[in-house]
Design a binder for this molecule. Sequence first.
Ligand code: FAD
Length: 403
Amino acid sequence: MTSVDVVVVGGGIGGLANALALSRKGLRVRVLERAREFGEVGAGLQIAPNCTRILDHWGLLDEIVSLGVLPEHIVMKDALDGSVLTRLDLHDVERRYGFPYVVIHRSDLHGTLLRACREAGVDLVTSVTVTGYEQAAGGAVAVHEGGREFGRVVIAADGLHSVARRLLSDDEPVSSAYVAYRGAVPFHEVSGLDVHPKDVVVYIGPRCHFVQYPLRQGEMFNQVAVFESPKALAGEAEWGTPDELDAAFEHTCAQVRAGLPLMWRDRWWRMFDRDPIMSWVTGRIALTGDAAHPPLQYLAQGAVMAIEDAWVLSEHAGGNGDWDAVLAAYDAVRPEHCRRVVTTARAWGNLWHHDGDQRLWRNDVLRGRDVHDYTYVDWLFGPTALTPEQEPPMFPGAGAIVS
Ligand code: FAD
């Protein structure tokens, strides 16, 4: 194979975003993906303005919008009584942040990035499983069964169970004991149900929640049912099974129960994250995406953060041949931002799943929120910071965090 500047390990959304961003800066990039074909399993993804801003910068936003849906609101409801707790007006969100909130089938986002990578001349290689990494003079090497790939830098986008992460930490994925069932169906299958065809709706309840939103210009409808598995808490190996799904949602409101028969019941996703680590770079090897910062999905920022990583790294790399300086600049800003997202996602999820008095208190607080108050999303949806000084405070008056 011809030599390249950058080797990217993993061709998920994170790997392809990095490959595209770096090739747009004139670098020669090769992606090594272990699967036989590039692709994404799953259903919908929400992508917030901090991501659509970047997709617009890459010239992909029109295509993304044409493939997805621009929902009107995010509505949060109580899963037991179905009452509205709070909402975000997404037209208002677009006016405030300058870019839209989009929901899209994950294979459409992945497909758009893949096509853009092909057009940009990225060398896309499948059926290669990277088993190890080595530093080398002037770069690093990704080692696999068939040989060794040298790049001036190696970007590891190999997901939750990243091999590369072991170079930086001996941590393991953290089980939340929660599991997700998904289901994306043609819209006509839900047209008789009490659903919001133009909104993202999140029903939050004791140890469970249920998400609904339209996909593909409203032709499809996406549902995600998430719950805490008693079998996981009891230490059983087989957890998150369909009988647990049914039991978890038994006491929820009619709108939620009506959607449950449409979930895919033959597969489910156990929810893991990892404790944050504050450096993702060793020598010329850098982590990105879920390899660096797998979150619980409650803030809908996992793929978004991967795309932000790609943008930040490429903005520092553009025109700069000093990879040590580029990686240091990347490592100075991204781990702190993603640490905030990963830890806030855990806390946000806990709040969603309250029971008893805590649920009532939570509902009161959410109902009292001014729907035009963006205090708690400005730090997420605003422009992605390139330096620690640009990182916005999470809370008003807290001041910027400078490491
Ligand atoms: P992955 O998607 O895991 O990709 C890793 C790739 O690397 C894979 O293609 C894999 O085959 C390949 N690979 C792995 N090991 C090797 C190896 N050794 N050699 C070569 N290749 C390898 N995020 C959002 O932004 N918005 C949402 O609304 C949202 N909703 C979610 C809902 C659920 C239920 C879940 C579970 C997650 C959600 N996320 C969401 C998170 C998002 O899906 C992930 O954060 C994102 O897909 C991570 O992308 P990645 O490319 O870093 O990792």
